[in-house]
Design a binder for this molecule. Structure first.
Ligand SMILES: [Zn+2]
Length: 369
């Protein structure tokens, strides 16, 4: 089965030019709605947009097929990070980039076009296939909010593939971390720094004490932690009475995640001196997942990779994505590499050959199911 590379590249160029910031995916959603419909999908838009105050909901397409085969779900996200408006894509020596003033939004337009081209090819060439579902989510960047608001009960998927990570085509992410965020507000006592400093209690010094004892960065192979935000103080002549710290911890193992969070909280509690007060808030950011390599979703991905001469490389990721949410809803999901490079930067790029290979791979997964 041969995909149509020219059409694939044209669609990529068309879609990256559509402004589609998180929460502002209306034009992109309308475009993809009609493209799926034209291919033969029954298409709906859910009301995730109103849940998160965005301009569009998740786009859900369903294509009937041989019911004895598993129902495959393919997903990619419609939104992108800034600066991602008015993108002017260019192709040089087979590599697509922006003009250098914006990102390219190959993350995740590359995933979208690989799915579209694959399903269109399967339809055009009458390749026997099972039921296929496609979900294009909103607001993945900055919180997985479209996937969180997705009515996953409306899906019949046996398992799912998310086209949304770097790494060569053939990369299969089967594990991703759990993440919790933690906020500390430390209250000290304000006093004039020149007139009566002995009456003050510096919240900044309390925070410094806490951080000196806190293990951060790479804690182990499975676990990382960071304090990424700190706000404190208003003037050099005032002993600061408040310091705010916000951080996160991630781990492939929920138990290790909890013990890291406990450690961070303990460090701040220990640093609180007489007179100081502390407020702590811990939030779940997203649940992790661990899809066994013996599962059907991975066996099919490996078989399909073999069928087109790709090397399957199964490993874990360090971040959360929409796949974390679908796994937590009971749909076994892995993430496939589309080999975009330098995402979330103005140097972002993708090779035309990798776009084509991704589409070919999705088509092979459908064919081999
Ligand atoms: Zn992405």
């Amino acid at each position: 089965m041969l995909i149509n590379q020219n059409r694939l590249v044209d669609t990529f160029m068309e879609l990256v030019k559509i402004d589609s910031f998180a929460g502002e995916e209306r034009s992109m959603a309308d475009n993809l709605f009609s493209k799926l419909k034209r291919i033969g999908f029954t298409v709906t838009e859910d009301d995730a947009g109103s849940t998160i105050n965005g301009t569009a909901g998740n786009i859900i397409g369903k294509l009937t097929g041989d019911p004895t085969k598993p129902t495959l779900l393919f997903c990619a996200h419609m939104d992108r990070v800034a600066p991602g408006n008015n993108i002017q894509p260019q192709i040089n020596h087979g590599v697509i980039t922006s003009d250098g003033t914006t990102i390219l939004a190959a993350d995740d337009v590359a995933g979208i076009v690989a799915i579209l081209e694959a399903v269109q090819t399967v339809k055009e060439q009458d390749i026997p296939h099972g039921p296929i579902e496609v979900v294009f989510t909103i607001a993945e960047e900055g919180g997985l909010n479209g996937a969180k608001a997705l009515d996953s009960k409306s899906l019949g998927a046996t398992f799912a593939y998310f086209l949304d990570t770097g790494g060569p085509v053939g990369t299969i992410i089967n594990q991703a971390p759990y993440q919790k965020n933690v906020e500390f507000t430390i209250y000290g006592k304000a006093a004039h720094a020149g007139i009566n400093p002995e009456k003050g209690l510096s919240a900044i010094l309390v925070a410094a004490d806490a951080l000196r004892n806190m293990n951060l960065g790479r804690i182990s192979l499975d676990t990382t932690a960071n304090i990424g935000i700190m706000h404190a103080g208003v003037a050099t002549n005032i002993i600061p009475d408040q310091a705010y710290l916000k951080g996160e911890a991630r781990s492939l193992e929920p138990i290790l995640l909890q013990s890291q969070i406990d450690h961070m909280v303990h460090c701040v509690q220990e640093a609180i001196r007489v007179g100081a007060k502390l407020e702590v808030a811990v939030h779940d950011a997203y649940p992790g997942f661990n899809v066994p390599i013996t599962s059907e979703v991975i066996k099919l991905a490996v078989k399909a990779a073999d069928s087109i001469g790709l090397v399957a490389d199964i490993h874990s990721a360090g971040g959360g994505s929409d796949a974390n949410i679908l796994n937590s809803r009971g749909i076994p999901s892995v993430i496939l590499g589309v080999n975009f490079k330098d995402v979330h930067s103005k140097k972002e790029s993708i090779a035309v050959s990798d776009l084509a290979l991704s589409a070919q791979y999705v088509a092979a997964i459908i064919e081999n199911a």
